[in-house]
Design a protein around this ligand. Structure first.
Ligand code: RIB
Length: 347
């Protein structure tokens, strides 16, 4: 395993060569309670502050990429309700194209906007860890025909980013369209798929696979987050199903990147963690932007992929230092400051 230090600085992307990303994924309103600890089954505990933050892995990655300077189109669905309207306004304000976000009528004919119920560990040593249950609602209504209708934006993108909070057959269909068109496909296999549900053929159309410890273990049960010696074999096995690159994110332990037949270790950047929601999405979006930027520049070697992972780790570290999912996502300038060692947390 090669452990290389983070580069001291990396060039900021020029405004006129924005990468084009298409994000197909979820939009959830997160209902968040900070608690002194996670409750055990059957237990009620008294929490602290309650807040509502826009989130959902798809929306988080779309907004994160836009803040990093990418031109972003999103494919997804919301309900014709208060949360859905908030999302449409928010995405427009962030510069994300909403042309392929469907608005569903209320149930029973349609479905409501997705919701995430989030508990944040507010204890001193809890580091803002989260546990989340999602009711995906409208997110699960996107059909392959609607993905077909977005063929143009998928095909014109440098990269398609997806997660697993949408129907699997539509995800597989989008991956196929992108692959046919020569766009790079990044799959963040989150949340962890239930046993036996992950379509084995999907990885054949995936170029970059990103998982955290739970998701990695769901796909490769022998991957033991506590045992680094298992990482290389298990990431190589995942890459063997199609991806050029397999990434394991490890929170405050950074990330491990399998690319070009070797494993590299990227440390996390120092930040005081108050809320980890959205940090993985910040990582994925920053990694994607930087990968696509290098790819457009004509070179994608191990050093460039390492650089992309540094951007991912820097973005993730900033996100954990702030509250909420979308409100915590950094701009390109903030990530560049973190990479130079000059990022200072603001309230
Ligand atoms: O990755 C964090 C996100 O997962 C949250 O915003 C929540 O909505 C779930 O989709």
């Amino acid at each position: 395993m090669s452990t290389t230090p983070n580069p001291p600085s990396t060039p900021a992307q020029a405004d006129d060569d924005a990468v084009r990303l298409c994000v197909f994924g979820s939009l959830n309103m997160d209902l968040v309670i900070r608690a002194p600890r996670f409750p055990t089954p059957g237990e009620t505990i008294v929490g602290g502050r309650f807040a509502r933050f826009p989130g959902g892995k798809g929306a988080n990655q779309a907004v994160a990429a836009a803040r990093l300077g990418a031109a972003v189109s999103m494919i997804g669905a919301v309900g014709d309700d208060e949360y859905g309207r908030k999302f449409m306004a928010l995405l427009k304000a962030e510069g994300v194209s909403t042309r392929h976000i469907a608005v569903r009528p209320p149930p029973p004919a349609g479905a409501p906007t997705g919701v995430g119920v989030v508990t944040i560990d507010d204890s001193e040593d809890g580091k803002g860890q989260n546990s989340i249950v999602v009711a995906l609602g409208a997110n699960m209504t996107i059909t392959p025909a609607e993905v077909d209708a977005a063929k143009e934006v998928i095909s014109q993108a440098d990269m398609l980013l997806m997660q697993l909070e949408a129907p699997l057959e539509s995800i597989a269909h989008a991956a196929h369209i992108a692959k046919d068109a020569g766009a790079t496909v990044l799959l963040n296999a989150a949340p962890a798929p239930a046993p036996g549900t992950f379509p084995p053929g999907l990885l054949a159309d995936v170029d970059v696979l990103i998982v955290n410890e739970f998701e990695g273990r769901a796909l490769r049960p022998r991957l033991d987050p506590a045992d680094e010696s298992t990482f290389e074999d298990e990431l190589r096995a995942l890459a063997g199903h199609g991806p050029r690159c397999a990434v394991l994110t490890l929170g405050d332990r950074g990330a491990r990147v399998y690319f070009d037949k070797s494993l590299a270790s990227i440390p996390a950047y120092p930040a005081a963690s108050v809320d980890t929601v959205g940090a993985g999405d910040a990582f994925c979006a920053a990694f994607a932007c930087r990968w696509a930027w290098h790819q457009i520049g004509g070179s994608l070697d191990a050093l460039n992929v390492h650089d992309a992972a540094c951007w991912g780790c820097a973005a993730g570290s900033i996100a954990v230092a702030r509250h909420g999912a979308i409100p915590s996502l950094p701009t390109r300038g903030e990530v560049a400051s973190m990479l130079r060692g000059g990022w200072v947390a603001s309230a």
